[in-house]
Design a protein around this ligand. Sequence first.
Ligand code: AMP
Ligand code: FE
Ligand code: FE
Ligand code: ZN
Length: 294
Amino acid sequence: MTSDEYNDCGPVSGWDLHCHTVFSDGTKTPAELVDLAKANGLHGIAITDHDTTAGWGDAQKAAESRGFPLLRGSEITAQDHRVSVHMLAYQYDPQDEGIVNLFSSTRAARIERAKHMVSRLSKDFPITWNDVMNQTKKGDETTVGRPHMADALVAAGFYHTRSEAFAGAISSSSKYYIPTPSPSALQVVEVVRQAGGVSVVAHPADYSRNKVLLSDFQIRELAAAGLGGLEVWHRGNGAEDRKRLLGLARELGLLVTGGSDWHGDGKPNKLGENLTADSVVAQIVQRGAIPLVS
Ligand code: AMP
Ligand code: FE
Ligand code: FE
Ligand code: ZN
């Protein structure tokens, strides 16, 4: 079967371009990701941990040893005015100064923010910063976020699952919540472009993350600054919004991608539930600064 065939969820075969591992808030290693993708018959995968390239080396080793194709990427936390925006970035130079600086400032801000949230939570749920760090599978190399706080609450017996904690104390509408101080989406598009990569707005129509979505105007502005694509095929985007996003992609010459947002056991999303066509991956590789791994 070729990836030129589509159904309502996007291409029926192809690549999963949105996957998290133990280097951020996923529960599986990059090698386990590659093994599962291969076993499931995917054409290839991208590793896209939050605000880091720390898992790239392990992913590359696993992909090379199994002869399985891999794109290297990240999911970068950003904002556009009041809207929280996640930007997927692929095939950029990981040593580029702009990227290195962006990640180190976001990661420092994430730690500060997480410590503040834990201090708020600890008034009602006696957990410590150490309890949260104990949930990170790679210590300092792991990008810390709310999922690790959720896991600490589960370990302490306050919730049964990570998702239950996200519906409770960890929710963005809870009194303990503090947003992650983030660069602007325009800034991320610019930094990724300078580093030779391709940027894609992740789950652009997910109402569970934002009451107000990125507007067509905001997407046009990002496209004018060098945005590469839109992640249309993602479980968070509704049917009407998918149509709107496909129209914008056509109008603006943006790539259309898909991904599962797999987090291992950390979320119900199944690896390969949404895919990206081979022809789109070829465009990303052609535009990117680093080679495809296989
Ligand atoms: P943060 O960036 O620290 O605010 O945490 C947000 C992260 O939590 C995102 O990367 C999501 O993947 C993850 N997340 C959001 N909702 C859930 C949920 N219901 N269950 C598990 N993880 C979630
Ligand atoms: Fe995540
Ligand atoms: Fe995301
Ligand atoms: Zn994600």
